[in-house]
Design a protein around this ligand. Structure first.
Ligand code: NAD
Length: 248
């Protein structure tokens, strides 16, 4: 039987690249999306063509009830979950703290961090040997921004990723005895639609030229590391934060 993996925010970008790679490596996929149904269904059809069982699940992962319902659907329609990739993340570009209101800050924190807490909680309930599960793996998609704080850009986003790092460390310790590994990747600049509103003219070129490898990353280059962390090749890794940032 193929192991089952859930990727949140899977319809595009790093999430879609991860889903494609995991399907190729022999996983069945649960593809979470919030709004982009057509893209999620197209990806599902593509993965089914390569032999994977695929479930697309619409849910806003910042909404606890929708997350609980998503995991119940996975139980009923797919079977026991083996891997969770907490990939969803949003940012609002180029603002300073003095321009941020609580609604914006809460939106960023809830979407990026609370979602990972509640998705992980539902996953742990199913994976944990304490509750009759068979073990499993969680990978959190953090960001190199957690190390730099991203001043004058989006310190709320950076702080949410700092929380993601700390969640990874804490949860890894909490569930290690229950057969669950928890790790994070910290991408640097990766060419995806998250940069669609690139900020002021020349910003993207400036950011890329400051990267030691002198280019942005491709989503597949993050997916490779996520898939490695899920695989048995990483069987002795938990609580690790891996930079995938071109040397930044
Ligand atoms: P992306 O915008 O292409 O993908 C994010 C996905 O999350 C989208 O499909 C979006 O619809 C979905 N999403 C947003 N809010 C959601 C919600 N509430 N419920 C369900 N889905 C929701 O961007 P990406 O670059 O592929 O980002 C993936 C992850 O990588 C994010 O966590 C991001 O912070 C992180 N990251 C990206 C970069 C980069 O440069 N691209 C760098 C560091 C970290």
């Amino acid at each position: 039987m193929r192991p089952i993996a859930l990727v949140t925010g899977a319809s595009r970008g790093i999430g879609a690249a991860t889903a494609r790679l995991l399907a190729k490596q022999g996983y069945d996929l649960c593809l979470n999306y919030r709004q982009q149904a057509a893209a999620a269904e197209a990806l599902a059809a593509e993965l089914q063509g390569s032999g994977a069982r695929v479930l697309t699940v619409q849910a806003d992962v910042a909404d606890e009830d929708q997350v609980v319902a998503m995991f119940q659907r996975i139980d009923q329609e797919m079977g026991p979950l083996y891997a969770l990739v907490n990939n969803v993340g949003v940012l609002k570009r180029q603002s300073r703290l003095v321009d941020m209101d609580a609604a914006r800050i809460n939106h960023i924190l809830t979407t990026n961090v609370t979602s990972a807490f509640i998705c992980s909680r539902e996953a742990v309930k199913r994976m944990s040997r304490e509750f009759g599960g068979l073990g499993g793996v969680i990978v959190n998609v953090s960001s190199a921004a957690s190390k730099y704080g991203s001043p004058n850009e989006y310190i709320d986003y950076a702080a949410s990723k700092g929380a993601m790092d700390t969640l990874t460390l804490g949860l890894a310790g909490e569930v290690a005895g229950q057969g669950i590994r928890v790790n994070a990747v910290r991408p640097g600049f990766i060419d995806t639609d998250i940069h669609a509103d690139g900020g002021e003219p020349g910003r993207i070129e400036r950011v890329k030229s400051a990267i030691p490898l002198r280019r942005g990353g491709h989503p597949d280059e993050v997916a490779n590391v996520i898939a490695f962390l899920i695989s048995d090749q990483a069987s002795y890794m938990t609580g690790s934060l891996l930079d995938v940032a071109g040397g930044r």
